[in-house]
Ligand binder design. Sequence first.
Ligand code: ACO
Length: 330
Amino acid sequence: MDGFRPETWTISSNEALKISIIDEEDKAIQFKPLFTYPIYGDKEEIFGFKDLVIHLVFDSITMKPFLNIKCESILNDDVSIERDVKEKIMKFLPVDDIIYKDEIKWIDCFQDERSRYTLPDSKFKVDEYELKGEIFGVYKFKLNGYSDNKINKLFKRIQIFTLLFIEAATYINYEDEPNWELYVTFNMQNKKFIGFATSYKYWQYEGNETFDKDTRYKYNGKISQFLILPPYQHCGHGSLLYESLYKGWLKDDGIIEITVEDPNENFDDLRDRNDLKMLSREGFFQELYDKVDEKELLDTEWIDDKRLKYKIEKRQFDRIIEMILLHMGL
Ligand code: ACO
């Protein structure tokens, strides 16, 4: 009998969870998560339902979240199974902010919020760029609540994207830590939320004296989580957000090196492309070419000097040099 075969009551949680973003014309853009194991366990399976769909929906501007769980039938009509599915995901969502099941209430709430919604104060804006005729702004905030409570609320709404799209991501503990920062990209015209990066600064101890005798206030800037919402990927936003972070840290005397926490392959690609673009713009390709042309050995001191100038960490700079040399056919 079909009803007693466990596989007919089992569904992949990656398939069951449908994420949607509602745009300004109230059209839904739906996409699937890459990972659900932090929520539904390593096997990424949910047992006990037929045709289970977990709708996790966000307004594209305010990111006000909505959750709904629908299915054709529940095994033995056991409502505790549905409660369990709900509770597991609720642990990672802002409980006092998310609306469950009541879609009309959610629409009313986000529309009301939209009507009063403004972009953050311009004092938080660190960069601006144009893409396909639209203007986007990159804003930077302290994450421990001192800069803007509105931003803390937004961050609580969007944090779940890190679990769903970045392997091994966990929620960051920023409450008592003044060095966490959040960078957010907004569309300046329609105010849509596009993507974000979290970063923190940590003391750099060793080897400083070779770079600068004054070791006070010297930090490494580390990119921790970096994400562009799926509907806006592959348009250049990731590169431009990275460039904004990099530019800010490059001119910040307190930062001596820029690092990335557990970059994945896509981020490595993005970083390589943008570091290479920047180094080419800065004339480093030519400098390296001249150095090699003079048949000089690429001495570590020269490389280290350049590396410190561009604040790129050693492993990344070595990779970049290798790529440039390959590109030059050397
Ligand atoms: N038309 C077509 N393709 C374009 C355009 C365009 N106008 N502009 C850029 N692209 C291409 C780029 O060439 C690049 O191609 P490639 O993948 O073949 O190298 C690709 O689009 C991506 O480049 P961007 O658009 O600059 O980056 P994107 O905005 O897509 O963001 C990111 C990249 C951040 C990796 C995004 O895919 C993402 O958020 N993924 C999920 C989360 C994730 O993996 N984050 C990184 C984890 S590591 C960490 O957090 C430290």
